[in-house]
Design a protein around this ligand. Structure first.
Ligand SMILES: [Zn+2]
Length: 364
């Protein structure tokens, strides 16, 4: 007896089964993301910014939006999975997405907060890289070295980005080539979403640097504090007073290394050229050496160098940053209550310079 399905339907069922198998084996994060989008139907607006090929599969780059659609209200952007090997950043944002989807239907205060701001999540920016267990994207390009910017004193080589070829990590792509699809779509989307916003905050979640959880901010490619260091200092003071036992170190990225092609430097520069609104682009670098130290066998695995491999440690990591994400949402929705005016801005800038330039003045 023949199948009851038409050939087209048979193919569709077969290919959707292939995709389900692919996701189960190689990209469970995408499976969970799509399940949460379905669960949040009516609460979250989702769109696909690009479809990225991996063999026979096309993997979506999703952007999710909660809250107001008004372009003139403030925006918080949460990103993860730029480096495919750093799965924990994506997993952290999926935990946040789940929390939002399950809280929004009943939580009056969250509903009210999101009427005054837009919350954007891009939890899986490099799905092909993540499916393959690579840092780079499917073309072997490091998306965080891919923007058209050169560092003033690049170091150390080759971590700072290079153009030798994609056989070596931290490859920037070819000279004069357009940005990779993931980077290009991310930039175009963020620029459109923030064009008229009076205040913008972003957090890009990474892992792998040192024993501490660090929050980095521009510049990555030049030895200079970002123009909105006063606004950042004002916000950090709120955070540090409200949560004095937090685990983070806040510092400009160039204190550690100076890289070509940083996407946030690029977005920040573009923003400064067209708007006077404050923009604070932050990067969370979860200190993965801590997980390695507690479980030395991880040192033999590439994934283990960037992600907690023991389930209870992964759960602890997902819990650990919830406070920060919650604070960022409050800081954006209440931005007018704390953003410094022209008088207090000078004072905050002095604090910022004392805090972050002291080390440089000492010549360390
Ligand atoms: Zn990274």
């Amino acid at each position: 007896m023949g199948s009851l399905l038409e050939p087209d339907q048979r193919n569709q069922t077969g290919s959707s089964r292939d995709r389900a198998d692919y996701c189960r084996q190689r990209l469970p994060e995408l499976r969970l993301l799509e399940r949460l989008i379905r669960k949040g139907s009516g609460l979250v607006r989702s769109r696909i910014l690009a479809e990225l090929p991996d063999g026979d599969h096309k993997l979506p780059l999703y952007a999710l939006e909660f809250g107001t659609e008004s372009p003139e209200l403030p925006v918080l952007i949460l990103c993860g999975g730029v480096h495919g090997i750093e799965r924990i950043g994506t997993q952290l944002l999926l935990a946040e997405l789940g929390s939002l989807v399950y809280r929004l239907p009943w939580d009056d205060s969250l509903q009210h907060t999101l009427e005054r701001m837009r919350l954007i999540l891009l939890p899986l920016i490099n799905p092909v890289g993540m499916a393959r267990g690579w840092r780079s994207n499917g073309n072997g390009v490091d998306l965080m070295r891919n923007a058209p910017l050169d560092a003033d004193q690049p170091s150390p080589w080759p971590v700072c980005g290079h153009r030798l070829g994609n056989w070596l990590p931290w490859y920037r792509g070819k000279t004069q080539a357009p940005m990779q699809a993931e980077a290009q779509q991310l930039c175009t989307y963020i620029q459109a979403q923030t064009e008229l916003a009076p205040f913008i905050l972003s957090l890009d979640c990474h892992s792998g640097f040192g024993m501490r959880d660090r929050i980095w901010f521009p510049y990555a490619g030049r030895h200079q504090l970002m123009e909105h260091a006063a606004e950042l200092q004002a916000m950090l003071r709120l955070f540090e007073r409200a949560h004095p036992h937090h685990p983070y170190l806040f510092e400009p990225q160039y204190h550690h290394y100076c890289t070509h092609g940083d996407l946030w430097d690029h977005l920040y520069q573009q923003h400064l050229a067209r708007s006077s609104a404050a923009f604070l682009p932050l990067t969370l670098e979860m200190g993965s050496w801590l997980w390695v130290r507690k479980n030395l066998s991880q040192i033999t695995s590439y994934t283990g160098l960037f992600n907690p491999m023991v389930p209870h440690r992964q759960r602890r990591t997902l819990r650990r940053h919830h406070l920060l994400l919650d604070f960022l949402i409050c800081a954006v929705s209440s931005w007018q209550n704390w953003l410094p005016d022209s008088t207090s801005r000078t004072r905050h800038m002095r604090y910022a310079e004392r805090r972050w330039l002291k080390r440089e003045r000492k010549g360390e």
